[in-house]
Unconditional design. Sequence first.
Length: 295
Amino acid sequence: MAKSLQKIRQEIEQLEQQSKDFFTGLNELYKRYLELLSLSLKKQLILAVYEICTKIYPEEFLRLSYSKREKLQGQIRELCQPIESKFLAYITFPQPAPTATLTEQILTQLSLMKNQEFQVEHEDDDGENDDSISQIDNPEDLVLWCKRVEQGIRVIIHNLAQDVNRELQKNKIIASQFPPQLLEMALQAEEGASSSGNPPNILNLLIETNRKDKQEEGENSDNEDNRESQITKISVIHLRLSDIEFADPQLSIQRQQIRQKLDIVKKFAKLIKKFNGKMLRHRQKQHGVLVGTIE
């Protein structure tokens, strides 16, 4: 029994060492992926803004003076500038916790729930409640590290799109009568939806509002029949990771390599869980034998 227990321990140690080696490889893959993603994201964002300003809302854009157009372009470039450093922060130690507004935190949780490919069976581990990972000791830590990288990517992309939408609203290119909270809710409702029928990284929304019937204006009535629905179409920047990867073959290749490595790590995590179960059963059996001997 002791030999069997020792063998299980050795197998666990081997898997943990392999996980450390895989972490080095994954870290390099993610570094290259995030560098490519930063470049591709900026290009795709510029194309989406160009689509909004010249094809969807050309009249609103042309109403801006030349200096205001230049200022808008500069503001968008400024928003894009720190993107790569923000991405790369998630492959360093400790990983930053993506603290943001309540809405962004809710969006993050929704993103994690939908991102099935990075889920593992044992998500009850207390380590998941930590704000950061200090080192990679086993496959479970490595899967959690990857999950937080993916979480950070989605939060950064979402925040960038929202910042650009706010600038477009400030310049009255996108309808400014809709509060940012309303757009946030609409984007959350569309999160993960297919981009079919929409230009890449642009979302067309139909927002329903209520207005008083013109014939009843001025009359004091609380009857809801005096209100009619008004449907307004609005187009906003909605950066989608799937659209960005699809437009860049090199980025897609990097993503595929990450998935392949992560699939192997997940298998390691399952094996370690299995071996830990065996160790527990061995200890319980030893405890039973000891109690029987004492009795």
